[in-house]
Each structure stands twice: as C-alpha cells, then as structure tokens.
Design a protein around this ligand. Structure first.
Ligand code: GLU
Length: 461
C-alpha cells in the first residue's frame, strides 16, 4: 500500500496541476488553522504548473514541499513589565523560511493579530519577494502579538529588550537579519539593536536593518517601500502608454508605507485623495497634505480623524467606511492583509480604476485579484510591487559590510533601477509562459525559478 508521504514524493505525480493540488492539500492538512499561510501557498502553487511542465528539473520530488516547509520556526515567551509594574506575557516568533539565496531576511511585526500562521504567510511571501530583488537575501519573518498602540516609550523599550533577549541567539549578519514591519519602525529597531549590542558585546551593524541614519542605517530606507510601490505602478502604466501625472489615487493605511506612497505620488504629479487607519478613512478633495499627515501619524502617533479635524473644509473623516468607495484612477493598498475584497474590487472597477499596486503584503483577496485581472486592470502583487523596502534593506547591509554610507541620491537611483528590473522580470516572465500582463504569474514564476535553482544546486537539505 502507498502511504500518503510516498504518494507525495512520487516523481510521476509532478508536474501536473493535480499533483500541485495534492501538495497543497497535504500542506493544509499539516498546518491546520493557518488560513493566511494556506492562502499565500495556494496563490503561488496555482501559478506554478506551467514552469513545472516546461522545466522538468523542477519536478524533482520534494522540491515544492521543501520550499513550503520553513527551515526553522522559533516561538518564545516575552515577559515584560508595564509602567505600573504589572507583568505582561506576549509571544515572540521568528520563522526562518528559506536561506538558499542568502541569510534569512524580513521584518518583525508587532500587532495583536500576529500568530504563527500570519508569520508563516509573511515569511513565505518574503522568499519570492527577496529573490525578485536579485540581491542575495533569503526569506524570513517574525514578530509578536504585542500591541505598541498606546504604550509609552519606556514600555516599548522594555518589551523590545525582552524580545531581543531571546531573539539574539538566533540572528546575525550572516544568519538572519530582521527589520521593521507593522508596529516596528526606527524607534523599535533602536531598542532592539541596543539590546543585541549589549548582550553580544559586538557592534554588528548588519544584524538589523531600518536603523537610524547616524548609527548604521541607510538613507531612503524609511521611504523605500512606498516609493518603490509607486515606481512599480508607474512602470505598469508606462508599458500601457500611460503615466501617473494628473491621476487620482486612493491609498489605504497611514503608516510608513502609506505616507511614503503619498509622498512619491505627489512628487510624480498624481493626486492622492485618501488614507486610513483601523477607525476609518479620510478623503481630502484637495489631495492629502503630507506635512499634516506626518505630524499626526509620525510625530504625534495619533488617529487619522485628527487629520480631518485640523485640515478644515477639504477633508472629511468617514468612520468605519471602505476607502475603496472613493473613485480614483489608481489604488494602492498599503495597510494590511485581505483589506481589499471582491466587493471593493467591483466598486473600484465600476469607478474606472486602471492600476492596483500592493504596498502591503497580500492586501487583496484572491477573488478580488481575479476580478481585477478579468477586468483588464493592471495588478501589481506585493511580492514585486512592495519589494523596494527589503531591497534598500539589502543596500543597508551592503553599506554596513563595507563600512560606508551612501548619499540619498545614490540609494534612490539604485531603488529606481531595482524596481524597474523587477517590473521587467515579472513582465517578461509572464509573457514567456503565455500569460502576458499577468504580474502575479510573472512574479511567482520568476521568484520560484531563482530560489528553486539555488535549492537544486545545493542538494537535498
Ligand atoms: N517588512 C518589509 C517587507 O515586508 C521589509 C523587510 C526588510 O526590510 O527586511 O518586505
């Protein structure tokens, strides 16, 4: 009798689409209650059949299974004391997913929604995203269910110190290089770096990226994800003979990615109309006032409704509404996963959206993606469109390794070149496999080819 795992490994089963279904079913079975991880895996596997059919070497038994199983998963306790001396216990995670192309690389997310399945979905996405940058970085992700919202600086510091007191033993400039994500910015990276330095007695600047510019950080790193996403959207429009000049844009979120998405849209002559947080969204008929937005969100760490209160007549706050109801030429989801569903996509299409580019990780549900693609809307998946952040992280690592600091213009030039390359790679790969204009298929196959080639060359490990 054939056991389940023998069936899974049989070479004759690959590369037919149904064998990919078997692999996917097995992954879902072995990783119960991780819907976001299942979604991320399904979105990749459903695009791989053509490349497995065309390149028999990728049909090696176990290759796809190895790619979908993290190399290492770390879960740890993070105890810390608040300003009143009360003890809290959070959970810390680091999923070291794939190191075939370089040290594990990916952010840390501090948000109450964080659990193992979320970290695995993010780590899985990161493998392909990082491969697309071409910069020699593997994929990983981490974080905690700690909620920094409403916590004092000293509470955040104590939490970060406790988190790093466990994490430090698992990371290193040649091993695993964390950075920021939702809830983790320069402030948190500073506290984490300080504790790493204290415990290890090493000035190992390449162990974390997203550092401040005076202590090993790269210029343009804070801007990179948002800038890169707008550059990717501009590339998608360019191949269709269009540009961003004079276009209206709907942006979700009001964190680092959203703010620098808006900054770049303004620089390219587009008109960003919205931003949002978990309480609702703001629509500003005159276009978002960037200085006010930065003051409210970056300096005061306040709510987005404050923006509307201070802005006066042109802006209004819509409590609990869907930002996607606002008609615009371009949509740039920059908040969080699954924030744009099929109904939102239908509204955007009805309102004439031309391009959608993902600043966040997996913000568009699979049904919404298919709807955009059927409607002929240019759709840039996060793996490609938001890779600018991690790309500049890799440039930060390069600066750290050579003990130099590049000027802002040099970093921005590199970022623009990398985003254009990623766009070309995805576009050409999609075309080569018979899916012209399908950036989802292009990104998945191009990222997969790079990682799979390295994995095959390095043997069964
Ligand atoms: N968290 C970011 C991402 O999703 C950046 C990761 C990094 O810079 O390592 O790609």
């Amino acid at each position: 009798m054939t056991t389940r795992s023998e069936a899974r490994l049989s070479p004759t089963l690959l590369p037919s689409p149904s064998s990919l279904d078997i692999v996917r079913t097995e992954i879902e079975h072995r990783n119960p209650a991780q819907p976001e991880f299942h979604q991320a895996v399904r979105e990749v596997l459903e695009t791989l059949a053509p490349v497995l059919a065309a390149r028999p070497e990728y049909a090696e038994p176990g290759l796809v299974e190895r790619l979908c199983e993290p190399e290492r998963q770390i879960i740890f306790r993070v105890p810390w004391q608040d300003d009143h001396g009360r003890v809290h216990v959070n959970r810390g995670f680091r999923v070291e997913f794939n190191s075939a192309l370089g040290p594990y690389k990916g952010g840390l997310r501090f948000h109450p929604s964080v659990n193992l399945g979320i970290v695995k979905f993010l780590g899985f996405e990161q493998i392909f995203k990082n491969a697309l940058t071409g910069l020699g970085i593997g994929g990983g992700k981490g974080g905690s269910d700690f909620d920094p919202h409403g916590r004092s600086d000293t509470e955040v510091m104590r939490f970060c110190q406790s988190f790093m007191t466990e994490l430090y033993r698992h990371i290193g400039e040649h091993t695993d290089v964390p950075a920021g994500d939702i809830g983790v910015g320069t402030r948190e990276i500073g506290y984490l770096f300080g504790q790493y330095r204290r415990i290890t007695n090493r000035w190992e600047s390449g162990v974390l990226t997203g550092k401040g510019p005076h202590w090993g950080g790269s210029l343009i790193r804070p801007e990179a994800t948002g800038y890169g996403n707008v550059l990717f959207a501009a590339e998608m429009l360019r191949v269709r003979g269009e540009d961003l000049e004079g276009r209206t844009a709907v942006v979700s979120g009001s964190g680092n990615v959203a703010i620098y998405t808006i900054e770049k849209l303004l620089a390219l002559g587009a008109n960003p109309l919205t931003c949002s947080d978990s309480s609702g969204y703001v629509v500003d008929d005159k276009g978002i006032d960037l200085d006010l937005l930065k003051q409210v969100k970056e300096v005061e760490r306040g709510r987005i409704s404050t923006y509307a209160e201070r802005r006066g007549g042109s802006a209004r706050f819509v409590s609990g509404g869907r930002v996607w109801d606002v008609p615009a030429d371009v949509a740039l989801p920059a908040a969080t996963q699954n924030e744009l569903d099929e109904n939102d996509a239908a509204t955007l299409v009805r309102n004439g959206v031309k391009a959608v580019s993902e600043g966040a990780n997996m913000p568009t549900t699979p049904q919404a993606v298919h709807l955009f693609q059927r409607a002929g809307v240019a759709f840039g998946p996060g793996k490609a469109a938001n890779a600018g952040g991690v790309a500049v992280s890799a440039l930060e690592m390069a600066q750290n390794a050579s003990r130099t600091a590049w000027g802002a213009a040099r970093v921005e030039e590199e970022l623009a070149r990398i985003m254009a390359d990623i766009h070309t790679t995805c576009h050409e790969t999609a075309e080569r496999y018979g899916f012209p204009g399908d950036y989802v298929t292009g990104a998945n196959i191009a990222g997969f080819e790079r990682v799979a080639d390295a994995m095959l060359a390095q043997g069964v490990i």
